[in-house]
Design a protein around this ligand. Structure first.
Ligand code: NIG
Ligand code: FE
Length: 413
């Protein structure tokens, strides 16, 4: 007996497999027409014509489009406060994003506000964000610490994510990012802060099982190459998987570190030159591109189309955070990838499902609609993938299934 049959799916579009897709395969999908999906114990059990097996519940998709749930593989969703006045300064041309950081604000403003919040307050602030994410189709999200920058406050943020992961329907993958910027206290002792990260934060966080990845903001206004190297090296020795914010504001060289450490992913890459691309390609690093950070800050865009042609696997994500991307709606991010990166709908779908899943080491469990994978499925309020990218209108999710349960629906079912 199945738990749920979703019948009458007009078009099902999905990648196949558990590995990142690149080059000509970036947009490779399998398309099924007039198909059913059977779900049991939260897992996809059956894909085909009307199954022989009965189900406790049947849901009629009425000919709509179905895809895998969206994976937002890069966010900073646990934070205190907000930065609207700094945004005003950026928009009116008073100060640039990195000038604000260098002046001791920006990320550090959020650090101040986050430190003031209790774990419970941060938890409560995050719940409605996750509720909205799922409503817009995100079924798995990665979240980074990095607004604490003390042992206690980094652990506080990671604890919030751990508890949210236990209690909220959405799946959360946690990344430690103590290497975001150097906090005020260590302004004149940067090496002291890197030591604190390597010798205290990382060992403690790993011992507590609070993070799966370590990320570092490798930029002039973040951590320099040597500092980033030391942090990644310590993280690797503690068996954390690696990610790097690299080449966002300048050609920082972070891509070389990503390649050297065989990081799972390199993020932003706006300023990545051809050599940066060559090295990450060679090591199979996934490029996580964040079009809303460019849009929001009025910055140039990563050369996504070029990276696809070069054969680098592309994932896209929201980069949701209070400074450079105040949007967690992955549908909007996908539309930016369409209208600005000029990626094709199938390439974008794979960038926000299978490749994003691989960027957080979840390619075997999620990211495609295949028997044996988690039943994270979206029934859309359209019949066509092209329409999804075409309209800038509201939420197009009709039903969002998370691990086989209806997490959101705007239709009578
Ligand atoms: O990916 N650049 C570093 N981290 C974030 C921004 C964080 C912030 O501005 O608060 C990013 O864009
Ligand atoms: Fe980021």
């Amino acid at each position: 007996m199945l738990d749920i049959i979703i019948k009458n799916i007009g078009t099902l579009v999905t990648a196949e497999g558990s590995s990142p897709l690149y080059g000509k395969n970036q947009g490779k999908v399998k398309v099924y027409n007039n198909i059913c999906i059977g779900i049991k114990n939260g897992i996809i059990e059956y894909i085909g014509e009307t199954p022989n097996e009965k189900a406790r519940k049947t849901i009629n998709a009425n000919g709509a489009l179905a895809t895998s749930g969206l994976v937002d593989c890069h966010t900073h969703f646990v934070y205190g406060g907000s930065r609207e006045d700094e945004m005003y300064d950026i928009v009116t041309g008073h100060m640039g994003y990195s000038d604000i950081i260098k002046a001791g604000y920006g990320i550090l403003s959020t650090v101040k506000d986050t430190r003031l919040q209790t774990e419970n307050a941060l938890y409560k602030k995050s719940v409605p964000i996750l509720d909205s994410m799922i409503k817009y189709g995100t079924t798995t999200v990665e979240g980074k610490s990095g607004y604490g920058l003390t042992v206690k406050d980094e652990i506080k943020i990671l604890n919030v994510m751990k508890k949210l992961n236990e209690n909220h329907k959405i799946d959360i993958v946690s990344t430690f990012m103590g290497g975001h910027v150097v906090p005020d206290k260590y302004k004149n002792d940067r090496a002291g802060y890197v030591n604190l990260i390597c010798n205290e934060m990382i060992p403690k966080i790993v011992k507590l099982g609070l993070a799966e990845f370590c990320d570092v903001f490798c930029e002039n206004c973040g951590l320099n190459m040597e500092e980033s190297h030391n942090i990644l090296d310590a993280a690797r020795k503690h068996n954390l998987k690696l990610k790097i914010h690299s080449d966002q504001l300048e050609t920082s060289g972070g891509s070389y570190l990503a390649a050297r450490f065989k990081a799972v992913s390199a993020e932003h890459l706006i300023m990545a030159d051809d050599r940066c691309m060559d090295v990450i390609k060679k090591q199979g690093v996934i490029a996580v591109l964040l079009p809303n950070a460019s849009f929001y800050l009025g910055m140039p865009y990563a050369r996504a189309r070029y990276m696809v042609e070069k054969g680098i696997p592309i994932a896209i994500a929201s980069d949701y955070n209070p400074g450079s991307s105040t949007c967690f709606n992955m549908q909007f991010i996908m539309k930016l990838a369409y209208l600005i990166y000029r990626l094709k709908p199938e390439e974008i779908l794979n960038a926000s499902t299978i490749n994003a899943a691989c960027a957080i080491n979840r390619g075997k469990e999620i990211g495609t609609i295949e028997v044996g994978k988690k039943a994270d499925i979206i029934i859309w309020n359209t019949k066509k993938l092209n329409f999804l990218l075409y309209t800038l209108d509201n939420n197009l999710c009709s039903i969002v299934f998370k691990s086989g349960e209806i997490a959101y629906s705007n239709t009578d079912i």
